[in-house]
Write a protein of this length. Structure first.
Length: 394
């Protein structure tokens, strides 16, 4: 491949794309794992906690680690481990082993996540044009393709264990292109003291809590959508996997238009519209009486949350109080704590009153997100255009 085609922007978009494919192929197979373990929602959520717990452990030191290694080398080493650990959840034989497998994935997944978002923000600021939403659009396309891979393996009757071995090994060679990313180290006058633990600042909390409801919607899609369609409508794993696929497709559509819409409408107005759409989507999905209506609800929810994460990442990365790795790492840490709280909320309510009620519990969280959209436009939390930040000396 011509070196001129491997621009920094295209390379970082490829990282987003590949990261989503690997774990995305696992989500449609959760109904199969649930059946093999022979547990209900109230027990299954304990296994699901493995990934956010692992992520929490990793994110406590992610900012310091990325400052030392640089985003490029963090992505390289973490991606290799990610492909190998992604095989483990498929071999789960009880709730504890599912927890351990997802915990291992959680230790490396967020390191790639923070590093690639920091790198995308740097490329966006120095290049003078928005790419963050497009990067996340490629992540959604990767998740959509990964989900399609999981559905295809389920349709062919391939055991989830061997599916994840094939996917992990197939993705592993991608790590070879990561060293082509530019290595950027902070200048001496930009370097800050490396902290073992990076926590959100008080000024960031508004953006963090805005993202909380949106994270809840994504957790519903990742962990419960296929199970909901399988259990409530009695669909096969292959058909139930169309739910996460539709959600990811809608997210991708929103994100590929996101950079232009953010420039035209501004982050606050865009976030308000998207959050309202997410509320409507979850309400339709939770109350659906058949599969087509459920898919419509998932598409609306996916479109609604599509721009929340790119907008929030840009807002915290562009703050001037700390360097981007520290703020993005702290934001991801908050996201990981959020992910710990959501599965038991849905699982326990779903066990007691059904999955419809469990999923509907997300709606009040989205209302809070709607009330906090103004935090994305506060002075100092972001810039109207990345070039403005670059000219300001960031």
């Amino acid at each position: 491949m011509s070196r001129s085609l491997l621009t920094p922007a295209r390379l970082i978009m490829a990282v987003f794309f590949m990261q989503a494919i690997v774990v995305g192929s696992l989500y449609p197979r959760f109904p199969d794992i649930k059946e093999r373990l022979a547990v209900g929602p109230g027990e299954l959520w304990l296994g699901f906690q493995g990934m956010p717990v692992g992520a929490l452990a990793a994110l406590l030191a992610s900012g310091a680690l990325i400052e030392r290694l640089t985003p490029r080398w963090t992505i390289l080493f973490a991606f290799i481990l990610y492909c190998l650990t992604a095989m483990l959840p498929g071999f789960a034989f009880d709730v504890a082993s599912l927890f351990v497998g997802l915990f291992a994935v959680g230790l490396v997944y967020p390191l790639i996540d923070v590093a690639m978002n920091v790198e995308a923000n740097r490329i966006e600021r120095t290049g003078g044009r928005r790419i963050m939403s497009t990067c996340h659009g490629f992540w959604s396309i990767g998740q959509m393709i990964g989900t399609g891979i999981g559905v295809a393996f389920a349709w062919m009757g391939v055991d989830v264990r061997w599916q994840m071995v094939v996917v992990g090994l197939a993705a592993l060679p991608f790590a070879l292109i990561v060293p082509r990313l530019p290595e950027v180290r902070p200048a001496d006058d930009e370097r800050e003291a490396v902290r073992a633990i990076t926590l959100p600042t008080v000024a960031m909390l508004g953006v963090c809590f805005f993202a909380f409801g949106m994270i809840a919607v994504e957790m519903v899609n990742r962990q419960w959508t296929a199970i909901f369609l399988h259990d409530v409508f009695g669909r096969s794993t292959a058909v139930a996997g169309l739910g996460p696929f539709a959600f990811a497709a809608a997210m991708a559509c929103g994100r590929f238009f996101g950079d232009r819409l953010t420039t035209r409408l501004g982050p606050v107005q865009l976030a308000r519209f998207c959050t309202a759409l997410a509320v409507a989507g979850i309400a339709i999905f939770a109350g659906a009486v058949n599969l087509p209506i459920a898919i419509v609800g998932l598409c609306a929810a996916g479109l609604g949350v599509s721009l929340a994460f790119p907008l929030a990442i840009t807002a915290v990365a562009n703050r001037t109080d700390r360097r981007a790795p520290a703020n993005v790492g702290a934001f991801q840490l908050f996201s990981s704590v959020s992910a710990l709280l959501i599965p038991p909320l849905i699982g326990e309510v779903g066990q007691a009153g059904g999955l419809r009620l469990g999923i509907a519990m997300v709606i009040p969280l989205l209302v809070v997100s709607l009330l906090l959209t103004g935090e994305l436009g506060r002075s100092g939390s972001g810039s109207s255009h990345p070039a403005a930040v670059a000219r300001a000396g960031r």
